[in-house]
Design a protein around this ligand. Structure first.
Ligand SMILES: NC(=O)c1ccc[n+]([C@@H]2O[C@H](COP(=O)([O-])OP(=O)(O)OC[C@H]3O[C@@H](n4cnc5c(N)ncnc54)[C@H](O)[C@@H]3O)[C@@H](O)[C@H]2O)c1
Length: 270
């Protein structure tokens, strides 16, 4: 099946990645273009968008999907307002919002500084609130829209290490999604959340291995795989496929809920 998002206008936040390969935001943006969408890819860092753009251009030849990009910090009002206006000017509407920006900081309440806690709240939770604040009025005017937020299994389970602010904010993203879903259902707007587990994304190689295993990527991957019932590790493309379904009209009767993409990790308790 192709054209599952034909001509839909999609805004993706954090559409770059911390390194080369399939980070979640990059995979989501490219998958949407592959299905015929017109994607506005937002990232704080223009360099990180380059690979997203080149991969999207490769697939856009096939079905008329399009991609454009701009730098946007999704914790800053002026930056978000500019991105929303630029998207409307370029594509005329916003059918789908994907709130993908996020990332973890290590530590429990004693080890974590107050500054890091506050920064995590802004990065993982305020970013979602702010994007909803500025995009929902556009969707209300259209009488339709779909929002997909990206949480994490750390928001529903202990996943191997203390990252208290990440866990708390990712749990909050799930509940924010449910509340906004009910509030806006009558206006034709659906809100759902994808909950990825421990994937092998560029973030693992570039950032997490330094934080957890002194830069030893293989050891970290082995630790992560040991928690996953399926015998392989997913990547950003697995997140993107779940996002695609929830964003599309195939999910027209689905709102206020979550899809967990974790190879069965959260279903086990041994
Ligand atoms: N990678 C995983 O294994 C994993 C697992 C579960 C959940 N997640 C979630 O998936 C999402 C993406 O994670 P990832 O590891 O693929 O991302 P990543 O770190 O590879 O990329 C995130 C992108 O967001 C951009 N960004 C950061 N702050 C921003 C801001 N304020 N405004 C705009 N852009 C900003 C960065 O420049 C980067 O390009 C996050 O919400 C994360 O919590 C990831």
């Amino acid at each position: 099946m192709t054209g599952r998002l034909q001509d839909k206008v999609v805004l993706v936040t954090g559409a770059g990645s911390v390194g080369p390969g399939w980070g979640n935001g990059r995979a989501i943006a490219v998958r949407m273009v592959q299905e015929g969408a017109k994607v506005m890819a937002l990232d704080r860092d223009q360099d990180r968008l380059e690979e997203t753009l080149s991969r999207a251009h490769e697939v856009s030849q096939l079905n008329g999907g399009e991609i454009d990009s701009m730098t946007c910090d999704v914790t800053q009002t002026a930056s978000i307002e500019a991105a929303v206006q630029a998207t409307l000017k370029r594509f005329g509407r916003i059918d789908v919002l994907i709130n993908n920006v996020g990332g973890s900081a290590a530590g429990g309440p004693v080890e974590m500084s107050e500054d890091v806690w506050d920064a995590q709240i802004d990065h993982n939770l305020k970013s979602v609130f702010m994007m909803c604040k500025h995009v929902l009025p556009v969707m209300v005017q259209q009488g339709a829209g779909s929002v997909v937020n990206i949480s994490s299994t750390s928001g529903i389970r202990w996943t191997g290490s203390a990252q208290v602010a990440y866990a708390a904010t990712k749990a909050a993203v799930i509940q924010l999604g449910r509340v906004v879903a009910v509030q806006y259902a009558k206006q034709g707007i659906r809100v759902n959340t994808v909950v990825p587990g421990q994937l092998h994304t560029p973030m693992v190689d570039v950032r997490l291995a330094k934080q957890r295993t002194g830069g030893d990527v293989q050891t970290l991957l082995t630790q992560r795989q040991a928690r996953i019932p399926l015998p392989f590790m997913g990547d950003g493309q697995d997140t993107a496929n779940a996002v695609l379904f929830l964003a599309s009209d195939e999910a027209r009767f689905i709102t206020g809920t979550e899809i967990i993409v974790d190879g069965g990790m959260s279903a086990r308790c041994d």
